[in-house]
Design a protein around this ligand. Structure first.
Ligand code: PDD
Length: 307
């Protein structure tokens, strides 16, 4: 089955999908995006991603291209057309297409909306979670508004490539003050030796992960001691556990930082428990999200089977 993409109101073959060369997303990274994990054909943490999308658009004064409910229909339609059970839905909204000029184009210019779907491999994702990931630390070279989910990801891409070349799977970015901000595409967490679960508080310094927020809720329900504050590389190295969260990986344990083992050098008990609790919670939300067939429909289907 061929992949389908959505570009400005049309469902088109992924291989032929294109935006104009003077799209501002292309020329100025003047665009925002969101990534939803799809599990069992449903969007995980759906509302959280829509809420953050609206915020990113507002912060950059890009107009909402369509009502949230209509946009949700487009995303579900992409899941359906791509027969996606497990994978990712990527949405990008740019300020639109206009003759190149740094200042904003006229308000009549329509935002460009693109959506793509990517099939996942649940078995490979589970194997990665079981093994945990290695992390390196690098200077954070990004701009000062990391709370906005823009497609301006060059420093993130460079750091991720450096991690790959160092035999690691993620880089934790470190500010000039010596405190870790977050990963290139994930939020950073540690469990201190005295049992505090620490993750940096939401601010302009980090992207406030939707998975981060969902996991904070899980941790609160578990009665854990939570500290939302910055932490240094030295504190992370001394932690008994460390992990990352993101829509694409849920929760993944960090087994080493800059080559130094964290805890026993394998996913720790808290990371395992929280991953399980987060996925179980997300699965039950997903089940609640699925449209139940109405009684007449069920009766009609039953009649069709009998007939
Ligand atoms: N990345 N921090 C950064 C810099 C990110 O790019 C991401 C997400 C996160 C975690 O956010 P969330 O839990 O809402 O996914 C934190 C996505 C998955 C990506 O770029 O593919």
């Amino acid at each position: 089955m061929s992949r389908i993409a959505y570009v400005d109101g049309a469902y088109v073959a992924h291989a032929a999908a294109a935006v104009h060369i003077e799209d501002r997303g292309n020329q100025f990274a003047d665009a925002v995006y969101e990534v939803w994990s799809v599990k069992d054909g449903a969007l995980m943490d759906s509302d959280g991603h829509f809420t953050r999308l609206s915020r990113s658009l507002r912060e950059l004064r890009i107009r909402e291209p369509m009502d949230r409910r209509v946009l949700a229909c487009v995303l579900f339609e992409m899941v359906r057309r791509n027969r996606l059970r497990d994978g990712l839905i990527y949405l990008q909204i740019s300020r639109g297409r206009a003759r190149r000029d740094h200042a904003f184009p006229s308000p009549e210019v329509k935002p460009t909306v693109i959506v793509t779907a990517k099939r996942g491999d649940p078995a490979a994702a589970e194997a990665k979670a079981q093994a945990g990931i290695r992390v390196i630390t690098l200077p954070d070279l990004r701009w000062a508004r990391r709370d906005i989910k823009t497609v301006s990801l060059l420093p993130n891409a460079l750091a991720k490539q450096a991690a790959k070349e160092a035999g690691a799977q993620e880089a934790w970015l470190v500010g000039a003050d010596g405190f870790i901000t977050e990963g290139t595409a994930s939020n950073a967490w540690i469990l201190t030796a005295d049992g505090a679960l620490v993750t940096r508080m939401a601010s302009e310094a980090i992207l406030n992960g939707v998975t981060r927020l969902a996991l904070l809720q899980v941790a609160r329900e578990e009665g854990l001691r939570i500290e939302e504050r910055p932490f240094t590389v030295a504190e992370a190295m001394a932690a008994s556990e460390a992990f990352v969260t993101s829509a694409s990986s849920a929760l993944t344990a960090v087994v080493s930082i800059d080559g130094q083992k964290i805890g026993a050098g394998a996913p720790g008990p808290l990371a395992k428990r929280l991953r399980h609790a987060y996925l179980a919670g997300a699965a039950s939300n997903v089940a609640a999200q699925k449209p139940r067939p109405s009684a007449p429909l069920v009766a009609r289907r039953a009649r069709a089977r009998i007939g």
